[in-house]
Design a protein around this ligand. Structure first.
Ligand SMILES: [Zn+2]
Length: 344
């Protein structure tokens, strides 16, 4: 399987994450990519190709144009205020506030456009995010000629909604892939999100549509980020009713439990008969992940790949989370090797 990868992801190199009341080094860090690349190379997964130049106008088809312009200007506006640290919001249009007005001041804008403030904006953050978009667009455009591809995106994307960032995500890479496939004439796409966290951004973007079926297997939001979306009763709206399915799962579950949700999702994929399958590939379901609570073991990831392959569809894997960084390469490549029919 070919991998598309841009070393320029490093432009997103924020130094601070607000976690547990402290500013720590972000879990979502550039080194994650090194471990994955090493494993791709040492186990001969396939060629690693650079992204091609792409027209990025599509970003404003998936995301609100004011949001995109905000992201492009946020760091400069923050610096202009003389702040010393990275851009982190401190106030939100929360339930008792006016959530419609967009303030002029950068602090207000950050609160308006941010859904979770572990994600700092620093110089280059958005340039890094655009590299992820180039990676996913290049991979999507190659899907016509390949059975499967791996878009090794960083930063991840599935928490970014039409006009909000957070959960380390700025642009929703997998939603942009789906949009590109529609531009090229596709009629039905299935997005399966197997990251530990609910793909709230992807769900929100496609919630009213029947031409994208979204399924997510994740930590129960009563117990896990993003807390305010990802419940089992969210089934789509309007034309999209019946085309969204969430599998919130309890803390501590092993693969034998987790995979029952995967089996059910795979039945949904087969009966929906999409033209392509897009996988939000997070490996933070791993037992040693520092911010998650499932108990999947490294060998289990082969079986995940094998089951996804049973759908027999053009398949694009898009990298999302995974924070046990020493094992992130092993676990990611195990999914991809499992997809190709290997178990080692
Ligand atoms: Zn995650």
């Amino acid at each position: 399987m070919k991998t598309i990868y841009s070393e320029k992801h490093i432009k997103q190199n924020s130094k601070s994450e607000l976690a547990g009341g402290q500013l720590i080094k972000p879990y979502e860090c550039p080194e994650r990519m090194e471990y994955i690349l090493n494993e791709i190379s040492s186990r001969n997964l396939g060629e690693v190709l650079k992204p091609q130049a792409k027209d990025l106008k599509i970003v404003k088809k998936v995301h609100d144009s004011n949001y995109v312009e905000f992201l492009e200007q946020a760091w400069n506006e923050w610096k202009k205020e003389g702040y010393q640290g990275e851009a982190i919001p401190t106030v939100w249009p929360s339930r008792s506030m006016n959530s419609v007005e967009i303030p002029n001041h950068i602090e207000g804008k950050l609160g308006y456009y941010c859904l979770a403030n572990e994600t700092s904006i620093s110089q280059g953050s958005i340039d890094g995010a655009y590299e992820g978009v180039k990676v996913v667009l290049t991979a999507t455009d190659m899907l016509a000629d390949e059975k499967s591809l791996f878009a090794l995106c960083r930063p991840p994307g599935h928490h970014a909604s039409r006009d909000q960032y957070g959960g380390y995500c700025f642009f929703n890479n997998i939603a942009i892939a789906a949009e590109r496939l529609f531009e090229k004439g596709a009629n039905k796409i299935f997005i399966l999100d197997i990251d530990f966290h609910h793909g709230n951004g992807t769900q929100a973007i496609f919630y009213n549509r029947s031409d994208v079926y979204f399924a997510s297997i994740h930590g129960d939001p009563k117990e896990a980020f993003p807390h305010f979306l990802g419940y089992a009763n969210e089934k789509g709206n309007g034309a999209g009713e019946g085309y969204n399915i969430n599998y919130p799962m309890q803390p501590g579950i092993p693969y034998s439990e987790w995979t029952k949700a995967l089996d059910d999702a795979i039945e949904k994929i087969k009966s929906y008969q999409p033209e392509a399958l897009l996988i939000s590939l997070g490996v933070d379901t791993y037992e040693k992940d520092p911010i998650s609570f499932f108990k999947l073991k490294s060998d289990d990831f082969f079986d995940v790949g094998k089951k996804i392959a049973s759908c027999n569809l053009p398949t694009l894997f898009v990298m999302e989370g995974g924070y046990a960084i020493k094992e992130i390469g092993i676990n990611t490549v195990n999914v991809l090797k499992g997809f190709e029919g290997s178990s080692s």
